[in-house]
Design a protein around this ligand. Structure first.
Ligand code: ATP
Ligand code: MG
Ligand code: MG
Ligand code: MG
Length: 572
């Protein structure tokens, strides 16, 4: 690519609202442009990066035997009603109506659509196992879009869904996906860690997250350096000895209740203003999918300082969760295992109802080992706040690892991938079956596997940057090599040598950017460094006289002289 024919649009300053280095650098380098809250245009330069990530993801998925398809982004309400998720997915789902007043959503995820497809197309065990994937735009109306593409509302996800006759087959594919994910992040050149994870909005049994390690990550990961134990601190399963679907007992509620009962007490307990309590009580529910509409009655909230639910929304939320008395809450708790599962395991979840606005029950109940560790941690603040992580660090660090093989330590991560064994959760709800060897109808086993393709770009920049700009791993840099000719417009020798090198590199299959804009060296160097091109070749009259050019790697302290005739082989 010749820079004169490309669209480079770098900026000296980043807008004020960009908090994270990756967000600032992506804007300054002109990789993305903001359209609105959580909405970004991928500029040609940024799209090159995104496409490289996509290509690696696609290759590894194909290698692992997954089959690419592409499902509609817009999904009919009826499908989501079959699994009960239309009601419970919550405000993250963007709901839309067509001209006939029919309800749709812009897909935040695709379990319902794929399960519908599979129940129509799969007849026999002979067709199984199957693993379908797509790379597609998702929309989630995040409560707080921020960090640019890392927590956007519209973002690119690779989502895969596998179907099986039995658990053993599901486990096999789950393993293969675990390995494929490890390959993806290794090939992308990222420092990452796989951890046991909560099953969140998607639901199901076993689950792992893949995190890019970065101090700015929103998640806190507890791991044991002397064993392979690693878990997200918001973990619901995996910290033994926990029954994943165990519901909290009323006793736990009672144990916790003395902590806080009223908005004033919450305010005092968490050390935040009353209005902030009201405003910051966000309906959380982890957007647990549920087939039982009754469970909707039970609303979980996470007390965090940053949620932007206004009072009206809160009123609404509370309005739909009415409990007359404690007995009723108890009934709901007892009837809601699976839905409530994560609650007793989640150290920072509180329960709120119209009843509990007056009698706020706090679930800092320490029902699992990590919960015990975290007891007493002030969860009023955002997990991404440095002070917050310090609190958790003080509590967790140095404590014995649940596997008994060492002590725990803490780091922060950016969730870039998440794999789940869904089992029969969706297939059951949607009657997705196959005929077994005996011609008998059986419910399908299912897994699902997500990668935040666009988030990866931001996460990589969080890991790779310096005062001059982005340091992309070679695997995802927009160009591998920049040629910076000094005196492009003045020296025929320089121009000829630069063009020859450009053509030679292109012929060798190297992604090369020739800076033929006629800019001063300072401007060229600053741009190429800012956008994170790994290799730079400077061609000038003086060097050419001796048959040399200057080479500098993006992270090298200084340039080295290389013979022009050797440079192509050096860069291959
Ligand atoms: P998070 O905890 O960060 O909100 P999630 O657990 O809700 O993510 P999943 O449902 O597991 O997300 O979706 C699969 C992947 O999609 C995530 O691992 C993440 O990399 C990516 N992802 C999720 N939400 C966003 C978002 N708002 N912006 C960009 N990528 C996202
Ligand atoms: Mg989320
Ligand atoms: Mg998550
Ligand atoms: Mg997740």
């Amino acid at each position: 690519m010749r820079a004169s024919q490309f669209f480079l649009n770098t900026q000296k300053e980043a807008p004020q609202e960009a908090e994270l280095i990756s967000h600032r650098l992506m804007l300054r380098a002109g990789l993305i442009k903001r359209l609105g809250s959580g909405l970004y245009t991928w500029m040609p330069l940024g799209l090159r990066v995104l496409r490289k990530v996509e290509a690696i993801v696609r290759e590894e998925m194909n290698n692992a035997g997954a089959l690419e398809l592409l499902m509609p982004a817009v999904q009919p309400k009826e499908l989501w009603e079959e699994t009960g998720r239309w009601a419970v997915f919550g405000p993250q789902m963007l709901k839309i109506k067509d001209r006939h007043d029919r309800d749709f959503c812009f897909g935040p995820t695709h379990e319902e659509v794929i399960t519908d497809l599979v129940r129509r197309e799969i007849k026999s065990y002979k067709q199984l196992p199957l693993n379908f994937y797509q790379i597609q735009t998702k929309f989630r109306d995040e409560i707080r879009p921020r960090f640019g593409v890392m927590r956007a509302r519209e973002f690119m996800m690779k989502d895969a869904y596998s179907f099986h006759t039995d658990l053993a087959s599901l486990e096999q594919t789950y393993e293969a996906m675990y390995q494929a994910y490890s390959n993806v992040f290794t090939r992308l050149g990222l420092k990452f860690r796989a951890v046991r994870a909560d099953t969140g909005a998607i639901g199901g049994d076993g689950s792992h997250e893949f995190h890019v390690l970065a101090d700015s990550g929103e998640d806190a990961l507890a791991y044991c350096p002397t064993s392979d134990y690693a878990a997200n601190v918001e973990l619901a399963e995996g910290l033994p000895p926990i029954e994943p679907r165990q519901a909290p007992s009323m006793e736990m509620v009672k144990i916790a209740t003395p902590h806080v009962k009223t908005i004033s007490e919450i305010s005092e307990f968490f050390g935040i203003s009353k209005s902030k309590v009201v405003k910051s009580i966000a309906v959380m529910r982890k957007q647990q999918p549920s087939t039982n509409p009754e469970l909707e009655q039970f609303c979980l909230v996470l007390i965090r300082g940053d949620h932007e639910l206004n009072e009206i929304k809160l009123e609404k939320a509370i309005g739909s969760f009415r409990f007359a008395n404690e007995a009723e809450i108890e009934r709901h708790i007892n009837s809601s295992s699976g839905y409530i599962g994560p609650v007793n395991l989640h150290p920072s979840v509180a329960v709120i109802s119209d009843y509990s606005v007056k009698n706020m029950s706090d679930f800092v109940c320490g029902a699992n080992e990590l919960g015990q560790h975290l007891k007493g941690v002030n969860f009023s603040r955002d997990l991404s706040e440095p002070a917050m992580i310090e609190d958790i660090r003080n509590v967790v660090e140095g404590d014995p690892s649940p596997d008994g093989k060492g002590t725990l330590t803490l780091c922060r991560g950016i969730e870039v991938g998440h794999i789940f064994q869904l089992r029969t959760k969706y297939a059951q709800a949607m009657d997705a079956t196959y005929l077994d060897e005996n011609g008998k109808k059986q419910v399908l086993e299912m897994g699902c596997y997500g990668i935040g393709v666009s988030r990866i770009v931001g996460a990589a920049i969080e890991q790779g940057n310096d005062e001059r700009g982005i340091i992309f791993p070679a695997s995802m840099a927009p160009f591998q090599v920049a040629i910076a000719p000094i005196g492009w417009e003045k020296s025929e020798e320089v121009k000829t040598a630069a063009l020859n090198l450009y053509e030679a590199l292109q012929a060798a299959g190297v992604d090369v950017l020739l800076d033929d804009r006629g800019e001063r060296p300072g401007v060229m160097f600053a741009d190429m460094e800012l956008v994170g091109i790994p290799h730079r070749v400077v061609i000038g009259d003086r060097g050419l006289k001796e048959g040399n050019v200057e080479y500098q790697g993006r992270t090298d302290a200084s340039a080295q002289t290389v013979a022009l005739k050797d440079i192509v082989s050096k860069l291959q």
